[in-house]
Design a protein around this ligand. Structure first.
Ligand SMILES: *[C@@H]1O[C@H](CO)[C@@H](O)[C@H](O)[C@H]1NC(C)=O
Ligand SMILES: *[C@@H]1O[C@H](CO)[C@@H](O)[C@H](O)[C@H]1NC(C)=O
Ligand SMILES: *[C@@H]1O[C@H](CO)[C@@H](O)[C@H](O)[C@H]1NC(C)=O
Ligand SMILES: *[C@@H]1O[C@H](CO)[C@@H](O)[C@H](O)[C@H]1NC(C)=O
Ligand SMILES: *[C@@H]1O[C@H](CO)[C@@H](O)[C@H](O)[C@H]1NC(C)=O
Ligand SMILES: *[C@@H]1O[C@H](CO)[C@@H](O)[C@H](O)[C@H]1NC(C)=O
Ligand SMILES: *[C@@H]1O[C@H](CO)[C@@H](O)[C@H](O)[C@H]1NC(C)=O
Ligand SMILES: *[C@@H]1O[C@H](CO)[C@@H](O)[C@H](O)[C@H]1NC(C)=O
Ligand SMILES: *[C@@H]1O[C@H](CO)[C@@H](O)[C@H](O)[C@H]1NC(C)=O
Ligand SMILES: *[C@@H]1O[C@H](CO)[C@@H](O)[C@H](O)[C@H]1NC(C)=O
Ligand SMILES: [Zn+2]
Length: 761
């Protein structure tokens, strides 16, 4: 009678004790009183860069870069299975999910076991390791939700990452830290910060800190422990053992030529002592891996096994250094145990410079069209998710699958070589293609939701067409129909007035709102600069129809639009040429004055207060440093680093300003400026708006003269700002900046221009 009960009891203990130990309890033991070196085997797998995400997954195009993520995971799983003490972290769920889809149950079961024992640990667990400078906070949240939800569904609580791991992004945003704190991470580690900052932190043992992610708003709930890695995310020099590394293996048989075990041991101990001077506790973390490492995990682990054995054997001779296989969270756990009081930080880690002439401020604006497309698609993804929820779409509508396509495309696009603009051209096209496909899938969802939410009538409403190319004033549906209905959705939780611009062929239209009332509109000619955009070659539109719509919160409004005969005077726009006297455009709140000769903006007046400022705006360029690879100080200007050749700026030819003109009408005034054959701008003032809108068109940038051109727009206000200005962090909070100043160290720079650029989203 007793025996079965006893047996059942044993099984329960076995399951709980042996299989369900993950997280901090699963860490390998440390030796108190010694310097514990946490060896963290890891691979850094870019979700697209020199190759596309799928090429990296398969190991396609290995002539470009020898990298195949599928082999990394195959190889690591074997090594982990063979030895309980080994650890590995995996980071980018975009890759892991691809691999997981292809595994049979046996491997999946094995991998779950490794995760449940903390031997394979997910770190960060976003779809990618996102860029921090050029991302919107909304997209950062979505991208992490996507990755973390995958891990939760497949691995439960043992799959939940405890540590955020931003080892490669090119500078770090305070908003990112704040978001991580709210996502529930216990800490954050990263690799790149200004070289002067790093030098000072190493001297003062302040590589690790409490970063206050929102000191003025959210307070302590946004605080996050944050640590700087010692050697980027690379192993100590001489200790890289991947097929893509060039270091000697550990040769430990004295009977053979090339014996180097003693020398390797010494060099490692020396490196450990150096690193220990920079950190506050008896624990050190070393990142044993690098870009796409562990395709041959055996090479790495075999040599690390030897290293651990050799270095720890020195303990018999009084060495106080102890090596162990570990993970970032196990390291963090030991820091927490050490009861240290950490320094705090309130500002961010922008801009990032790795050398005196190498400020990574170029990527804030690299590939601006892709950046714009990513931002716009973020908006559409929010709309898609909302309408899916509002219409309570069901599985039979496939909406979850459709939205997933866009979520994954956006997840990939937030990567630190995607929206950042630092990828190769072919890879940039791949990101754009994914976004286009995702947008298309979500348009189906929006259509389905619209049909379901549409007030019940005899006939279902027809499919809605989307104007995808309003960015170049093109839309097939509005250009090719004399009458049509237009439905606008407002994704905000409050009602909204919004200005609409539709490309049309006619000169006069009647627009009726949802209540059957006709609403005012204006017809403006499309500028010749816009018409010159090559992709517009099939467009018929000569004009844009402009009007303002009022929209309910989280709701649609439908408008009926019909071309009418002749010309309705109230819709007319009058085009004026300059006659050398100053030009003023104004509405109820603002007046803008443009110089009659140069055509440039020269002052702005607030008509409510009467205050006027001498606001000047111009377009200029810096010549980029051509660079050469022979010497570091000849850093070139490029996709990552912004480096003007000199501080001189080149103004665009003033004679082109003769092509300026302005357009007046009842709803909108526009000044249209041409600065060069490839730089133009529209300054726009809508009726009742308390802002002016500046919309520029730049490119293609001529390169036949062999000079790189870093184009800027410059606003001069004459206000006594004392070098203080403000920029946003990922479109959320605002940070104060001071020219030629950093909050946490005495700042000196040889790059007075590039060092003062900050990201704006
Ligand atoms: C399993 O272990 C956890 C953590 O040690 C403990 O909280 C839980 O009560 C245990 N469950 C059972 C069924 O013993
Ligand atoms: C020890 O490290 C220092 C600093 O990196 C280096 O200059 C020195 O050559 C190293 N010594 C040995 C024996 O490796
Ligand atoms: C410890 O030191 C002794 C004397 O120098 C040496 O013979 C022995 O090999 C050392 N042990 C190790 C593990 O290096
Ligand atoms: C840390 O502090 C706690 C509470 O003050 C104490 O119980 C513990 O022993 C301390 N740990 C170490 C490693 O000093
Ligand atoms: C949903 O997707 C499945 C498989 O791709 C397809 O067969 C089905 O027709 C789709 N249903 C709808 C309503 O689009
Ligand atoms: C306009 O948007 C489309 C995507 O909808 C994009 O492919 C295209 O490059 C954009 N054109 C310009 C000139 O920005
Ligand atoms: C002209 O347009 C206005 C609104 O913009 C409208 O109220 C008026 O009826 C139109 N007149 C004609 C003749 O179409
Ligand atoms: C527009 O230009 C593109 C690229 O030059 C070309 O492929 C396309 O055929 C053109 N379309 C029309 C309608 O001319
Ligand atoms: C790099 O630039 C320096 C300085 O202009 C010049 O002396 C050197 O020859 C250049 N090297 C190469 C490889 O172009
Ligand atoms: C937009 O139109 C609505 C009515 O449709 C009107 O109340 C509102 O004042 C207009 N807004 C602007 C900025 O013209
Ligand atoms: Zn990277």
């Amino acid at each position: 009678m007793w025996t079965p009960t006893f047996g059942v009891c044993l099984i329960l203990i076995f399951i709980n004790g042996s299989f369900s130990k993950c997280g901090y309890q699963s860490c390998n033991p440390v030796k108190d009183g010694m310097i514990n070196v946490h060896l963290v085997p890891h691979t850094h797998d870019d979700v697209g860069w020199l190759k596309t995400v799928d090429q990296y997954y398969y190991g396609d195009k290995n002539d470009i870069q020898n990298a195949g993520v599928q082999y990394i995971l195959d190889s690591v799983i074997q090594e982990l299975t063979a030895d309980k003490t080994k650890r590995f972290i995996y980071v980018e769920v975009a890759f892991f999910a691809r691999w997981w889809r292809q595994q049979h149950d046996r491997i999946r079961h094995l991998v779950k076991g490794l995760v449940n024992e903390g031997r394979l640990e997910f770190i960060l667990g976003g779809w990618c390791m996102d860029d921090e400078a050029t991302t919107h906070y909304n997209a950062i949240i979505d991208e992490h939700s996507l990755g973390l939800e995958f891990l939760r569904q497949n691995f439960g609580d043992c799959g939940r990452p405890r540590v955020a791991w931003q080892i490669d992004p090119f500078g770090h945003s305070r908003e990112q830290a704040s978001l991580f704190a709210h996502m529930g991470y216990d800490g954050l580690f990263f690799g790149r910060l200004d070289y002067q900052d790093k030098f000072n932190r190493a001297l003062t043992k302040s590589m690790e800190m409490i970063w206050q992610g929102s000191p003025d708003n959210l307070g302590p709930s946004s605080d996050l422990f944050s640590g700087v890695l010692y050697h980027g995310y690379n192993p100590p020099p001489g200790f890289c053992w991947d097929s893509s590394c060039h270091d000697d293996p550990i040769m430990d048989d004295k009977n053979m030529e090339g014996y180097n075990a003693d020398q390797k041991t010494k060099a490692f101990l020396n490196y450990t002592q150096n690193q220990a001077t920079a950190y506050a506790t008896n624990h050190l973390m070393m990142t044993m891996g690098s870009d796409f490492n562990y395709q041959n995990a055996h090479m790495w682990f075999k040599n690390m096994d030897k290293l651990i054995k050799l270095v720890n054997a020195q303990q018999d001779n009084g060495s106080k250094v102890n090596l162990l296989y570990s993970t970032p969270s196990c390291y963090l756990y030991q820091l927490n145990r050490a009861n240290q009081t950490w320094p705090t930080k309130k500002d961010d880690f922008f801009p990032y410079a790795h050398l005196p002439h190498s400020y990574w401020t170029g990527y804030y604006t690299s590939r601006p069209t892709l950046k714009g497309y990513v931002r716009q698609t973020n908006n559409f993804l929010q709309v898609c998710k909302q309408l899916d929820a509002l219409a309570v779409l069901e599985d039979s509508d496939n909406s979850t699958l459709n939205i997933k396509v866009l979520k994954e495309a956006m997840g990939v696009a937030q990567h630190h070589d995607a929206v950042s603009g630092t990828e190769k051209q072919a890879v940039a096209y791949d990101y754009a293609m994914r976004l286009a496909r995702g947008n298309y899938e979500c348009q189906k969802v929006v259509n389905d939701a619209y049909k379901k939410l549409f007030p019940k009538q005899k006939e279902a409403p027809p499919d809605q067409l989307f104007c995808n190319l309003l960015n170049i004033s093109m839309c097939h549906a509005t250009e090719n129909n004399k009458q049509f209905t237009m439905t606008v959705y407002n994704p905000l939780g409050r009602s909204l007035n919004h200005w609409i611009r539709l490309p049309v062929i006619g000169r006069s239209y009647v627009i009726t709102d949802p209540n059957g009332k006709s609403i005012p509109s204006q017809v403006l000619p499309i500028s010749s600069e816009t018409k010159k955009i090559p992709e517009r070659n099939g467009s018929l539109a000569e004009n844009e129809l402009v009007f303002n719509v009022s929209l309910p919160p989280l709701g649609f409004s439908t408008f009926f639009i019909k071309m009418s005969q002749g010309m309705n005077k109230s819709q007319k726009s009058v085009v004026h040429q300059y006659d050398n006297s100053d030009v003023v455009i104004k509405n109820q709140h603002l007046s803008l004055m443009f110089d009659g000769k140069s055509g440039q903006l020269k002052s702005m007046k607030n008509l409510n207060s009467g205050a006027s400022i001498p606001l000047q705006q111009s377009f200029m360029y810096y010549v980029g440093h051509p660079g050469n690879t022979s010497v570091l100080k000849y850093q070139a200007s490029g996709a990552y680093v912004f480096r003007p050749l000199t501080t001189a700026t080149y103004n665009f030819q003033p004679q082109l300003m003769k092509k300026n003109y302005y357009v007046e009408g009842q709803l909108v005034q526009e000044v249209r400026q041409q600065f060069s054959p490839w730089v133009s701008q529209v300054v726009r003032l809508y009726d009742q708006a308390n802002y002016a809108e500046l919309e520029w068109t730049i490119g293609p940038i001529p390169i036949s003269d062999g000079m790189g051109k870093e184009i800027i727009t410059k606003y001069s206000t004459g206000l006594p700002t004392k070098g203080v200005f403000y920029t946003d962090a990922n479109g959320r909070e605002i940070l104060k900046r001071t020219r030629n100043h950093r909050d946490t160290w005495k700042f000196k720079t040889l790059e007075p221009v590039a060092a003062n650029y900050y990201p704006i989203n």
